[in-house]
Design a protein around this ligand. Structure first.
Ligand code: SF4
Length: 229
């Protein structure tokens, strides 16, 4: 079994076997159940086209029942920066693109400030389907969806990952610390430098934090350059 699949099973195991597996027969061992229910067994070996198709068809967690469509990700497959947010909101769910609307415009501005753009970076979310009423993703949903993001990161091979907002940062780093404690320093995710900053939706409510975000962006630029050197 591939390492990523083992890790995925470990996630599922860690949160209990009570995971929504639509085609799992009662009494089936967890591993077989996941393999049976998941088109993602070979996720770790997929190219972009296969991965995109797999996500579009995914019904691994119950968010499949309420989404309008999956929100895969956008940007350059060879980006130096990878931006990772939480999950699609209402507008993203409608349009099939991450970070649209007012928060998306602010993210675009943030990127422009460091010489990047929506086209030059790669933008994805930890979850590809919208949680109803924008509630926080549940542990089993994050675990089920994680291999897709991991494969996206492997395919892009960014010099730096910018985790925006509490949910993305905590999810990626396996931490329960608030953004205020995670930002301002370099982390690592499977060997890739990772910097945490506030979500643009939060910035719209708290513009006073923009200075901190600017400092996080400068840090990301520095660690990204170091990693690429
Ligand atoms: S959130 Fe992820 S795991 Fe759940 S149905 Fe959507 S694509 Fe599949």
């Amino acid at each position: 079994m591939h390492l990523d699949e083992r890790r995925r099973l470990a996630y599922l195991d860690a949160i209990g076997i009570d995971v929504w597996l639509p085609r799992a027969a009662a009494g089936t061992p967890l591993e077989e159940a996941v393999a049976d229910a998941s088109p993602g067994v070979a996720v770790a070996a997929m190219d972009w086209q296969a991965l995109r198709a797999c996500v579009a068809e995914c019904r691994l967690c119950e968010l499949a029942n309420t989404r309008t469509q999956t929100v895969f990700g956008v940007g350059s497959p060879e980006a130096r920066w990878m931006i990772v947010g939480e999950a699609p909101g209402a507008e993203e769910d409608r349009r099939g693109e991450p970070f649209v609307g007012r928060a998306g415009k602010l993210l675009d501005e943030m990127l422009r400030a460091v010489g990047e753009s929506r086209q030059s970076v790669y933008i994805a979310n930890t979850l590809k389907c919208r949680p109803p009423n924008n509630r926080d993703p549940r542990a089993e949903e994050s675990a089920a969806c994680r291999p897709y993001l991991e494969r996206q990161i492997e395919l892009v091979k960014p010099a730096v990952i910018l985790a925006v907002g509490r949910v993305a940062a905590q999810n990626l780093l396996g931490s329960d610390l608030p953004v205020g404690r995670l930002r301002g320093r370099r982390h690592e995710l499977d060997g890739t430098p990772l910097v945490v900053t506030y979500h643009p939706a939060y910035l719209l409510r708290s513009p006073a934090q923009k200075r901190k975000v600017w400092s996080d962006l400068c840090l990301a630029r520095t660690v990204g350059r170091e990693a690429a050197a």
